[in-house]
Design a binder for this molecule. Structure first.
Ligand SMILES: Cc1ncc(COP(=O)(O)O)c(C=O)c1O
Length: 365
């Protein structure tokens, strides 16, 4: 079939986002029963039990549309974060909020600054909006180069995405570095701190970026997700905090009911599930230490991580090793898509999954 219907120009040459390979696909392709996925930084402990119970309680109400304003969830978030209700927006995952932000603020005239090795969804939606991407390389120790980002600012810069901790490197930029950076960012540039993994950070030098919003700074947005430590990636729920004036354009482009009824109920309950949050953090820390020890034993170099994944250097064989792991039923993320072709990004799993990963890596290497 030929069609003369053309997509909009922003999609020319745009590669679709490649998510972590689904377990089902590997089962089918390699005829395997037991497949584990360490490719999407999901929570190996499962969902927050309180969120799960709230979803069950909400199920009979599914004939109704959800509250389009997500009032109760936003109120709960504003109390937890000590910000105003009007300074909170929720979305269909942080992904959905990144899209809304790009729709709200970008056009052909705009420039967006990102790191060359960061979360690819920033690049994707910038391209969709036909804005220009400026990419700054990582520092020598695989961190975001805030200095380089500040130097890349022009009159046309509209957004800078600071992924902190950064996916896929797991590194953080510190409070001091952020402070020095913010002093150089002019008022026409919106800085988005993507803090999807903030609860997992092991450092007292990690910045409190919400402070900028409490202090009334009009060009800062903080984005977070329920997909990681709360373990509810499947319901698709994220939030952003910024001055209400900054959020107004995001509300203009928001899908009327982007956050569904189950997600709203789950989010409110998850915020009260401190026990699960603490357990997730402790479990991840133990898994991280275990994997560090094992990578050391195997002579593999890795980047010290503040997240639930670790960037491991494999060398020129990385693509082959990725394939070999797939054949053994272990899905990890190749570094290729992140401009880090010699690396694999490996999610910290359950104890059994981590052991299985190490055994497979040892055999393959
Ligand atoms: C840095 C970063 N930001 C945003 C997201 C998307 O989160 P969500 O599941 O809320 O869309 C991810 C998911 O992996 C991520 O790693």
């Amino acid at each position: 079939m030929t069609t003369h219907i053309k997509p909009q120009r922003g999609l020319e040459g745009l590669a679709p986002y490649v998510p972590g390979t689904p377990v089902e696909e590997v089962r089918r392709k390699y005829g395997l029963e037991d497949v584990i996925k360490l490719a999407s930084n999901e929570n190996p402990l499962g969902p927050s039990p309180k969120a799960l119970a709230a979803i069950e309680r909400a199920l009979p109400g599914l004939n109704f549309y959800p509250d389009g304003q997500s009032y109760d969830l936003r109120l709960a978030l504003s109390k937890c974060l000590d910000v105003d209700l009007e300074q909170v927006i929720v979305g269909s995952g942080a992904d959905g909020l990144i899209l809304q932000t790009c729709m709200a603020y970008l056009d052909e005239e705009s420039e967006v600054i990102v790191s060359s090795s960061s979360f690819p969804v920033y690049d994707m939606y910038t391209t969709v909006m036909r804005a220009t991407l400026l990419k700054t390389p990582l520092t020598a120790d695989y961190g975001l180069d805030l200095d380089g980002m500040a130097r890349a600012i022009t009159d046309r810069t509209r957004l800078i995405f600071v992924c902190n901790p950064n996916n896929p490197t797991g590194t953080i930029v510190t409070a001091d570095e952020v402070e020095a950076f913010m002093a150089r960012v002019p008022a026409h540039v919106l800085v988005i701190f993507d803090e999807a993994y903030c609860q997992l950070v092991d450092s007292d030098r990690y910045p409190d970026t919400l402070r900028y919003i409490r202090e009334g700074r009009g060009n800062v947005m903080v984005m977070r997700t329920f997909s990681k430590v709360y373990g509810i990636a499947g319901v698709r729920l994220g939030y952003a905090v910024a001055a209400s004036e900054l959020l107004a354009p995001l509300n203009q482009v928001k899908e009327p009911f982007a956050v569904n009824l189950l997600a709203q109920a789950a989010g409110i309950a998850a915020l009260e599930d401190d026990e699960f949050l603490e357990r997730s953090v402790a479990f991840n820390r133990a898994g991280r230490q275990f994997l560090y020890r094992e990578f050391d034993r195997l002579g593999l170099r890795y980047v010290e991580s503040h997240t639930n994944f670790i960037l491991v250097e494999i060398g020129p064989r990385a693509t082959g090793v990725h394939q070999q792991l797939l054949k053994r039923g272990i899905i990890v993320r190749p570094g290729q898509g992140y401009d880090l072709a010699d690396f694999l990004r490996i999610t910290i799993g359950s104890r059994d999954q981590n052991i299985r990963l190490i055994e497979a890596l040892e055999a393959v290497l």
